[in-house]
Design a protein around this ligand. Structure first.
Ligand SMILES: [Zn+2]
Length: 290
């Protein structure tokens, strides 16, 4: 378990070879997590050694020089994660975020409804799993974007946001999900948000049976696409928001191996969202045989 408030090691491969560069934590995240508000330092403060100007929550961008993962140095605790994601994208959350990011509500309309690219994910997954599977979506919000939603005999979602599940989806607790056997466990667009991705995979691994397929999906962030294989990205990443981990393929594979899982297949999927182009990296894994 990673206990350091400020990461001292790579979150994927555990290396201590980290490149570092200053950045800011975006005010919405700093407000929800730390209760910080941006503040203007003025002459009235009477501080001899500080220059007047806006002060924001400082942080560092770290990049592992072994596996290339780029990440925020702050590692939030469980309570801070709860504060950040409570009621994700509901009315109160949106109002709070709109305060720091005018226009967020408008932009957020793009996230209503089921994402179109899931058809491509499903087409890739279907030949790899049994028909009519039992599916668990780990961190799947309401289940709106759970793959194979209407083609599964059962869809469970485990999520900290406590959002109401959509029709056909059952929200389960950690205790409840441990009592089930799933054919497919999905953890999509989650690892880029969490402070300790290894701990998450280690928590998830015991829920996998011998034949359970795990599907992991993370964004291939624009910065990583534009500079693939570069280990000099810390100085190019000047702000951090919800996504606190920018993975490379190598880093994700290192992480999966450390969690005792074996990669089966992987894919890169370009996505045209209409309003912007995007890209994801997906892989399937199983529990490594002892
Ligand atoms: Zn690493």
């Amino acid at each position: 378990m990673m206990n350091d408030r400020i990461a001292q090691r790579c979150i994927c491969c555990n290396s201590t070879r980290l490149d570092k560069s200053p950045a800011v934590l975006m005010p919405f995240v700093a407000s929800r997590v730390f209760g910080h508000e941006p503040v203007e330092i003025t002459a009235e403060w009477g501080l001899r050694d500080l220059r007047p100007g806006m002060a924001y929550t400082l942080c560092n961008s770290l990049q592992c020089q072994e596996c290339g993962v780029l990440f925020l140095d702050y590692r939030f605790c469980e309570r801070e994660m709860q504060q950040l994601y409570q009621g994700y994208r509901n009315v109160e959350y949106t109002r709070d975020r709109e305060r720091f990011e005018p226009g967020y509500n408008q932009a957020n309309q793009h996230y209503q409804g089921r994402a179109d690219y899931l058809r491509d994910v499903e087409a890739w997954l279907v030949p790899r799993i049994v028909a009519n599977p039992a599916v668990l979506d780990w961190g799947g919000d309401s289940g709106i974007n759970t793959p194979l939603l209407e083609r599964s005999r059962l869809t469970h979602v485990y999520d900290i946001s406590a959002v109401e599940p959509v029709a056909g989806v059952v929200a389960v607790s950690l205790e409840e999900l441990r009592e089930h056997r799933y054919d497919l466990v999905v953890c999509s667009q989650v690892l880029e948000h969490v402070p300790d991705p290894l701990a998450l995979l280690e928590q998830l691994a015991p829920c996998l049976g011998d034949d359970t397929l795990l599907y992991l999906e993370v964004p291939r962030e624009a910065l990583m696409r534009q500079h693939s294989d570069s280990h000099k990205l810390a100085g190019l990443k000047r702000h951090w928001h919800e996504h606190i981990n920018f993975f490379t393929e190598q880093s994700l594979r290192a992480l999966v191996a450390r969690a005792g899982l074996q990669v089966q297949d992987s894919m890169v999927l370009d996505i045209d969202l209409g309003w912007r182009k995007s890209c994801v990296f997906g892989l399937t894994a199983k529990r490594a045989r002892a």
